[in-house]
Design a protein around this ligand. Structure first.
Ligand code: SF4
Length: 236
């Protein structure tokens, strides 16, 4: 069957022909810098999904406050479905965009109940990675990043979530082509990073983006990747 992707889009979904810095090199240097990573689930999969919705356009700290307050005021997901949406918005107001997020959370929960018949997502562990991604991204307002967070952090599946830090660092070190969107970067990075390395590399790249490869003023002079990074020293 002929591909429906345009040549430009096909190009954005493919890794650069040669990587200026190998994944192994990045892995080794960042692990030395930040220490080894160990996967541990934070929440069950449904809690992780709702928590991730709350993190949209705000800090993890604000999202955690909103999530705790929601659990305190409306303790079960079935009660959240049945609650007045304004009550949900009041509970999550510390996470910002409370009016939009309250509606989105109720829609997501309703959709899960309708499609799966229960308010849980652990069943996705039995799915193939792409099948689970398709299931999750069919939920209202759930994009590739949110789906990948749920799969990687709660279900232990080899997805690689791409947030703003990973998108920026990947672009600077040349793992993705210029102009590749964060959504498309999920596809590219999963092509070049081995399944068993994705979670750890995700955590290392986020840490690197926060601590050294910062958005405005990356600290290239202190960066362990500087010797091979094509963007090194370009930000003075
Ligand atoms: S050398 Fe600079 S641009 Fe490259 S990864 Fe390090 S901090 Fe980022």
């Amino acid at each position: 069957m002929p591909s429906r992707l345009s040549p430009a889009r096909r190009r954005r979904l493919s890794p650069p022909r040669t990587l200026p810095v190998s994944i192994e090199y990045i892995f080794e240097k960042l692990e030395l810098e930040y220490g080894p990573i160990e996967w541990q689930p934070r929440y069950n999969a449904l809690d992780e999904l709702i928590f991730t919705v709350l993190t949209q356009h705000t800090s993890d700290l604000n999202a955690e406050r909103a999530f705790k307050e929601l659990q305190k005021r409306i303790p079960t997901w079935i009660e959240v479905i049945e609650a007045d949406v304004k009550e949900i918005a009041r509970a999550i107001q510390s996470g910002g965009l409370a009016n939009q997020k309250s509606v989105r959370i109720q829609r997501i929960l309703n959709d899960i109940l309708e499609r799966h018949g229960a308010l849980e997502l652990e069943f996705l562990k039995d799915f193939e990675l792409d099948e689970a991604r398709v299931w999750l991204t069919a939920l209202p307002g759930v994009g590739p990043k949110t789906a990948a967070v749920v799969m990687a952090f709660a279900l232990g599946m080899p997805a690689m979530p791409v947030d703003t830090h990973i998108h920026r660092v990947s672009g600077r070190v040349g793992l993705i082509r210029a102009g590749t969107s964060a959504d498309d970067a999920h596809v590219v990075l999963e092509k070049i990073v081995q399944p068993e390395d994705r979670f750890n590399l995700h955590v290392l790249l986020i840490t690197h983006g926060r601590q050294l490869c910062k958005a405005r003023r990356p600290l290239c002079d202190r960066c362990p990747l500087a010797g091979r990074c094509p963007s090194s020293g370009k930000f003075v």
